[in-house]
Design a protein around this ligand. Structure first.
Ligand SMILES: Nc1ncnc2c1ncn2[C@@H]1O[C@H](COP(=O)(O)OP(=O)(O)O)[C@@H](O)[C@H]1O
Ligand SMILES: [Mg+2]
Length: 274
């Protein structure tokens, strides 16, 4: 088992933001977590990369409980699971390459990075990653000069500098227009397919989850209320995840990425679930 989440909870006061969540993933996959605002999606991702402590439970990755790690082992885990945020979290006035190079900070001395001394190998690696993501020509521009979609690709490039095993993306396209949303999701999917890195993405829209994920987990009030393939994510199931009220409609939970047939890679999804 690659990832085994066992009865993980996180309380804030008496309220359980994440409530006895359990699921497992047999091998690297593209996992989407959906649910309305407040369902506990961000809290779960933040526990995975140890930005927030769990109140109870275990998260085994490759057999090791990452919730129990401390010190250097905890930092090592954090560099193995890179985080992508809705607001990109770049340094706006800094050039694109320097932003990407910050992905190596965990491995470098503070002094060298303070003065902007980046090893040549790291600079070349950063440029190669930018090239791979189709934004090499932006390398010397300030991050703030780029479009939202380009900025999110810079954030993905920064994540790749860490050579992570897992990419955790918290609503990566929530601030983007449909065209840029598609470019960013295509990029994440490609990184999964080509590098075999696991992606766990919090997504607030159904159509994106259906189109890009092998496996979808639906959360409501901190609990998992759905765990299955995109094909099993019917309108009835979605109504249950998002709350069954008369105003529910698919369009309210859509990013307007052109509806495509789901990836249909059902055998793959089933294998992952096994
Ligand atoms: N730092 C915090 N302090 C108190 N309550 C929090 C905190 N972070 C999240 N919560 C609460 O936990 C619940 C889940 O939040 P969150 O994980 O952000 O959900 P989502 O990402 O699905 O919108 C919400 O009710 C939210 O108000
Ligand atoms: Mg959130």
């Amino acid at each position: 088992m690659l990832l085994d989440v066992r009865n993980v909870s996180r309380l804030f006061g008496t309220k359980a933001a994440v409530d006895e969540v359990s699921f497992s993933v047999a091998r690297s996959g593209f996992v989407g977590v959906i649910g309305r605002s407040g369902a506990g999606k961000s809290t779960f991702l933040r526990m995975m990369n140890r930005l927030t402590d769990a109140t109870s439970g275990e998260i085994l990755f490759e057999g090791r409980d990452i919730l129990a790690l401390t010190g250097a082992e905890k930092r090592d885990w954090q560099s193995q699971c890179a985080m992508i945020f809705q607001q990109f979290n770049l340094v706006p006035r800094m050039d694109v390459v320097s932003n990407v190079l910050h992905g190596t900070l965990a491995h470098r001395s503070t002094l060298a990075s303070m003065f902007g001394f980046w090893p040549d190998d790291d600079v070349l690696k950063a440029l190669a990653i930018l090239d791979r993501l189709g934004i090499a020509e932006q390398a010397s521009k300030r991050a703030e000069a780029l479009s939202g979609g380009q900025q999110q690709r810079v954030a993905i490039a920064r994540a790749l500098m860490q050579d992570p095993k897992v990419i955790l993306a918290d609503e990566p396209i929530a601030s983007l227009d449909p065209m840029n949303a598609q470019v960013v999701m295509d990029t994440l999917r490609r990184i999964h397919d080509e590098d075999n890195r696991m992606v766990i993405a919090n997504l607030h829209t159904l159509d994106t989850a259906r189109r890009y994920c092998d496996r979808v987990i639906g959360m409501r009030d901190g609990r998992i209320v759905f765990d299955g393939t995109p094909d099993q994510l019917t309108t009835g199931v979605a109504r249950d995840i998002y709350g069954a009220d008369a105003s529910f409609s698919e369009s309210a939970t859509s990013t307007s990425i052109d509806a495509l047939p789901s990836r249909g890679d059902d055998a793959y999804a089933r294998e992952m679930l096994a």
